[in-house]
Design a protein around this ligand. Structure first.
Ligand SMILES: NC(=O)c1ccc[n+]([C@@H]2O[C@H](COP(=O)([O-])OP(=O)(O)OC[C@H]3O[C@@H](n4cnc5c(N)ncnc54)[C@H](OP(=O)(O)O)[C@@H]3O)[C@@H](O)[C@H]2O)c1
Length: 268
C-alpha cells in the first residue's frame, strides 16, 4: 500500500510503499478513502510519545479517517488510535483496535468531509457543552480546525462568540476557549479575561482547565447529522491526493487539510 511515513522522529514525511498492516485480535482492517490532518499528528512525528509508548517505523501518522471495513463493506469514519503508535490514517489501509470512536458514514456525506470531522468536531462539540450557561465566549485560534467548528457550534447554542484570530485583542467575556497557548503563562494571561477558561494543550496548573476530547460514536453521529442538515459547515481548505501530500505538515492556514486516497469517479 501507499502511505505517508516518517523514517524517524522529526523526519520529513515521505510517500512510501509499505506492507498493509495486519489486523490483530479484535481489530478491524479498513481501506481508507480519506484522512484529515490534525496538529496532534505532527506532534507524534515530532516525538511527543518518545520514550512513553512503543512506536513502529516508518511511522505513519494520522488519527482521523473515513473508509470501508474489509469484509463487511461498511463505510465508517472516526478516530483510529493505534498501539504501537505509527499505524495511522495517512495510508491506503489501516487497522483499528476496539475502543476507538467510529460511526457509519451516512448516505450523502462525502467521505472527505466525514474524515475532517472526528477530532476537531468532537473537541468543539464537547468544549461548547463544557461552557454550560456562559453567555459569551472568546475563541482563541478561531480560524483553525477546532476553532472553526467551535465558533459555529457556540453560535448555534445561542452564545455570543468573540473569535480571536492572530493579532486580535482579547476582551472580557463569560468564558474562554484557548486553542493556541502552549505554555502556562500565555494561557494564564488569556484566562484573565474570563472566569471560566479552557485550554487544549494541557498547560494549566488547574486540571479542570485542561480540556481533553473523549471520542464517542454518539458525537460523531450528531456531527454528521448536523452537516447533512446544513447546520454545520466543514471548513476544508485543502484536499490533496495521498501521493502528493508529503508537505501536509508544512502548510498551516485556516481550516482543515484532507488527504484523499483515491479519486472516486461517479457514474453518470
Ligand atoms: N486536548 C485535546 O483533546 C485536543 C483536541 C484537538 C486539538 N487539540 C489541540 O488544540 C490545538 C488547536 O487544534 P486545531 O486542530 O484547531 O489546530 P489548527 O487547525 O492548526 O488551528 C490553530 C489555529 O490557531 C491559530 N493561531 C495560532 N497562533 C495564534 C494566535 N497567537 N492568536 C490567534 N490565533 C492563532 C492558527 O492561525 P494561523 O493560521 O494564523 O497560524 C490556526 O488557525 C492544537 O494544539 C491541538 O493539538 C487538543
Amino acid at each position: 500500500m501507499w502511505a505517508l511515513a516518517a523514517a524517524d522522529f522529526g523526519a520529513e514525511l515521505e510517500v512510501v510503499e509499505l506492507p498493509r498492516p495486519e489486523p490483530g485480535p479484535g481489530e478491524l482492517a479498513v481501506r481508507l478513502l480519506a484522512a484529515s490532518v490534525n496538529p496532534f499528528d505532527r506532534k507524534v512525528v515530532g516525538g511527543m510519545f518518545r520514550g512513553s509508548a512503543e512506536h513502529r517505523f516508518p511511522l505513519v501518522p494520522g488519527t482521523d479517517g473515513a473508509g470501508v471495513v474489509e469484509g463487511s463493506g461498511e463505510r465508517i469514519f472516526g478516530t483510529f488510535f493505534h498501539k504501537p503508535v505509527g499505524v495511522g490514517t495517512y495510508a491506503e489501509y489501516v487497522t483499528v483496535p476496539e475502543g476507538n470512536a467510529l460511526a457509519p458514514i451516512p448516505d450523502g456525506l462525502d467521505p472527505a468531509v466525514a474524515a475532517a470531522l472526528p477530532t476537531a468536531g468532537m473537541t468543539a462539540l464537547q468544549l461548547v457543552e463544557a461552557l454550560g450557561d456562559a453567555r459569551s465566549v472568546l475563541v482563541v485560534g478561531a480560524s483553525g480546525g477546532v476553532g472553526s467548528f467551535t465558533v459555529q457550534l457556540a453560535e448555534a447554542a445561542g452564545k455570543r462568540v468573540i473569535p480571536i484570530r492572530r493579532g486580535d485583542s482579547l476582551v472580557e467575556a463569560d468564558a474562554l476557549i484557548d486553542l493556541v497557548s502552549t505554555d502556562r503563562s500565555s494561557f494564564e494571561a488569556n484566562a484573565r479575561y474570563a472566569p471560566l477558561a479552557f485550554n487544549t494543550n494541557y498547560v494549566s496548573a488547574d486540571p479542570s482547565q485542561n480540556f481533553g476530547m473523549k471520542g464517542s460514536r454518539e458525537d460523531l453521529e450528531r456531527l454528521a447529522a448536523m452537516v447533512l442538515a446544513g447546520e454545520l459547515e466543514v471548513p476544508i481548505a485543502r484536499r490533496v491526493p495521498l501521493r502528493e501530500a508529503a508537505d501536509v505538515f508544512a502548510g498551516r492556514g485556516p481550516g482543515k487539510t484532507v488527504i484523499v486516497m483515491q479519486v472516486v469517479v461517479l457514474a453518470r
